[in-house]
Design a binder for this molecule. Structure first.
Ligand code: MOS
Length: 771
């Protein structure tokens, strides 16, 4: 960007910030809920959907039973690129129970999935033709589908299908991909490139510096619930019971594929057994719907664990260079974070690992860039904290290495480089209390007992070390949020939004928030979600669902209050008041500065002869992120042990000290943070998708060979938070869904270094790298 453009942009931004007073948020004044301490927000409420799940009464997508339903199984290509030469389905067609064999030769005409982010409701993981032309684009692509009366019959029949291929040259190794050329990448419409000053020359002149390459492998998604869809057609209307973190996107996108109207697709997904970015729209839902159409019967498609590895994308590998030049006082003179991730020709998802470096440290000069190399594999996709999960590993390992060189405590080094405004955007932070998170965390963890020099503490066969790292994830809010409220004269409220519960606690936290906003007891508020018939385009992704629902319900509440006030007759204590003069309490409305001027909802409705009021409203556009730099932060602490005989690394203790605004439900939030940190343990020590470099086939498509932390691997994980509300976020709460996985990888790597003196820059840190 030329200086003139940059300066103009800064002036515009400055003006925008001046126009946004403190506490401002889109739609008006700060959220009144931010300051309320006597409601549900902040209370450890147990999951409202817990009893149903424990009793096995929460139906998941693969548990829905439809009359006359048949079961699907898929055949996957065994070559990375080319076309189908011959397809022998004759034995499968006559196998017991078989109802249909579908291939590109008999599949209905379908358009490709609209690729995620290419349109407001596009939800596809890739943009390839599905069963249209016999072309093969990755090793593992579905090439044939069997429907049978039972799952076992379908699985048996699929084994009888014989496919041969005309193969084409494919790019299946990183070296070959790099040789094909790399390109600069952009993420959500923004180029992944920042240059402020001349970082390379300042780096070369810096008194102390570190310049290293860190690598992270490809990773696959492993939610416990397998990806599944149970689908049925009724004429031109499609019903899909899906496992989804994007019901509105799924409905619109499937309508595009089949050339029908969005309203003709009904997506239901009330319970999801983990998503992490993977429970989106992949080929299996499309194939299930196509086969159901062709067979004229409902279809259940549940991918096998191997099927998830073949059909559902994961995280790209990365190669990241981090270079930091600092003065002897530790202040950063140059910060460089560049590198590559891998993508395919049929998707658009670089791993944006420079995101942390954009906002975490002040530096005199900054150079950040992500480039992509193209491979012929399954499309990669979002995986919990795409970018930050692996970006913090590289950045925060490098900061630790620099601290070691400077002979400075790594927390002290970080605090010396705390920025007073966003270092790359120039905007003020909406709320940033990372220093407090470090201070409080260090005290609780016993950081003072750490030896600065590695290898100083030994207990029997184990070397013991402490490490820490910064966690960070942006506050996002995507446009399109909306909600509906139906309030009955019995004082029951039904709140509906096309949102999702994947196990993170949404159903509970938003029942709490809505109850507090409406001034009703929790048991009178019924929060419904997970259905495309509900309002809004609300993605359970980007840690933004809470903000999206929060603003939507706030807007719907304001619409409701307006209608209720219009009902107040002359002589009513509420007559003539505006929405901004009242708030909810005790099942009714009162004037905010004269709370005794109160009327219950029941009386307002009854007097007006109304049984209920239904309102629907859209969230205001997400302008807050243009005015403020909004990010969740945290400090992760780890105690690691390394066995001197076997090299085995063990995480002995983990503490996450977070600064994510107000915490709505300490109980579900604790689980969210812990879950993220456990996933961070997997990233640090275990997870790695192994590709056969010759054929591009994933060699470890099972939980036996692709390792994730199990109960015995996971120590006591402590979490704490500042609980300082963000004045610009609804309820004062920034997102917490993804931040736990960030920083954890580096905290573990840094603790391992402190334990044994071995710096591992290539994940996962397995014992062979420590011997
Ligand atoms: Mo998350 S990777 O945005 O589900």
């Amino acid at each position: 960007m030329s200086n003139v453009i940059q300066e103009t942009a800064q002036k515009v931004m400055k003006k925008a910030v001046e126009m946004a007073p403190d506490g401002w948020m889109p739609g008006g004044e700060p959220d009144p809920l931010i300051g309320q301490r006597d409601g549900y927000i902040g209370k450890p409420v147990s999951r409202v959907d817990g009893p149903l799940k424990v009793k096995g009464q929460a139906p998941f997508a693969a548990e829905i039973v439809l009359e006359n339903m048949v079961y699907a199984a898929l055949v996957y290509s065994t070559v990375p690129k080319g076309r189908i030469a011959t397809l022998d389905t004759s034995r499968a067609e006559t196998a017991p129970g078989v109802v249909l064999v579908m291939t590109h030769e008999n599949a209905p005409k379908m358009k490709p999935l609209p690729l995620f982010l290419t349109a407001p409701k596009a939800g596809g993981g890739d943009a390839l033709p599905i069963f249209q032309d016999g072309s093969v684009h990755w090793n593992g692509q579905p090439v044939a589908l069997v429907l049978a009366e039972t799952q076992e019959q379908a699985d048996h029949a699929r084994s009888l299908i014989r496919v041969t291929y005309l193969t084409e040259r494919a790019t299946t190794s990183l070296e070959a991909a790099k040789a094909r050329g790399i390109e600069d990448a952009s993420f959500m419409g923004e180029p992944l490139k920042v240059e402020i000053g001349d970082a390379e020359s300042l780096l070369a002149k810096a008194p102390v510096s570190i310049d290293a390459v860190y690598t992270t492998p490809a990773q696959n998604h492993n939610p416990i619930e397998l990806h599944a869809a149970t689908v049925a057609w009724n004429g031109d209307e499609l019903t899909i019971h899906d496992a989804s973190q994007a019901v509105a996107h799924t409905a619109w996108s499937l309508a595009q594929v089949f050339g029908i109207r969005e309203e003709q697709v009904h997506v239901s997904s009330p319970f999801v057994g983990g998503g992490f970015g993977s429970k989106a729209l992949w080929q299996h839902q499309v194939l299930a719907a196509a086969a159901a159409k062709l067979a004229g019967r409902p279809v259940r498609m549940m991918l096998s664990r191997e099927g998830v590895y073949r059909v559902v994308g994961g995280r790209s590998l990365t190669e990241q260079r981090v270079a930091i030049g600092a003065g002897r006082d530790g202040r950063f003179q140059a910060l460089v974070h560049t590198g590559i991730s891998v993508m395919t020709d049929h998707n658009q998802m670089p791993e944006p690992f420079i995101m942390p470096a954009k906002c975490v440290y002040a530096a005199d000069s900054i150079k950040l860039n992500v480039a992509t190399a193209k491979m012929d594999t399954l499309a990669n996709t979002f995986m919990r904290a795409p970018g930050e999960a692996v970006g913090t590993f590289a950045l925060e390992s490098a900061v630790d290495e620099l601290a070691d060189k400077l002979g400075m405590d790594p927390i002290e080094l970080r605090l010396r480089n705390e920025p007073d405004k966003d270092p790359t955007e120039g905007t003020p932070f909406s709320s940033r209390h990372l220093a407090e998170a470090y201070r409080d965390g260090a005290e609780r963890f016993g950081w003072g007992k750490r030896h600065a020099r590695p290898g100083m503490r030994r207990e029997g066969e184990w070397l013991v070390g402490l490490g820490c790292a910064t966690a960070t994830y942006p506050y996002y809010r995507m446009p399109g949020g909306a909600a509906r409220i139906r309030l009955t004269k019995d004082g029951e409220a039904y709140v509906e939004a096309a949102a999702h519960e994947m196990g993170m606690g949404t159903a509970t936290t938003h029942a709490m928030v809505a109850a507090q906003r409406l001034g009703l007891p929790l048991e009178r508020v019924h929060f419904a979600y997970g259905d495309s018939a509900f309002p809004g385009v609300i993605l359970a992704g980007g840690s933004q669902q809470t903000a999206s629902i929060g603003f939507s319900v706030k807007a719907a509440w304001e619409a409701l209050a307006k209608e209720l006030l219009a009902l107040a007759p002359k002589g009513s204590p509420l007559h003539g008041l505006g929405v901004d003069e009242v708030h909810a309490r005790d099942g009714g409305l009162c004037k905010t500065d004269e709370p005794q001027r109160y009327v219950s909802y029941a009386m307002l409705l009854d007097d007006a002869g109304r049984d209920e009021i239904v309102v629907e409203a859209e969230a205001p556009p997400p302008l807050e992120t243009q005015h403020w730099s909004m990010h969740s932060f945290g400090a992760i602490f780890c105690e690691a042990r390394v066995n001197v005989v076997t090299g085995e690394p063990r995480v002995a203790r983990l503490l996450g000290s977070f600064d994510c605004g107000r915490i709505i439900n300490p109980k579900t939030a604790t689980s969210q943070f812990r879950g993220g940190m456990i996933m961070g343990m997997g990233l640090a020590l275990m997870e790695e998708t192994e590709f056969d470099g010759r054929m591009g086939r994933i060699m470890n498509p099972s939980l036996a060979e692709y390792h994730v932390p199990v109960h015995l691997d996971v120590p006591e994980i402590d979490v704490m938070w500042t609980d300082i509300p963000d004045p610009h976020a609804p309820m004062g709460a920034r997102g917490i869904g993804e931040i736990g996985i960030t920083g954890t990888g580096a905290a573990i790597a840094n603790a391992i270094y402190n334990a044994c003196g071995r710096r591992v820059r290539d994940l996962p840190i397995t014992l062979d790298k420590l011997l």
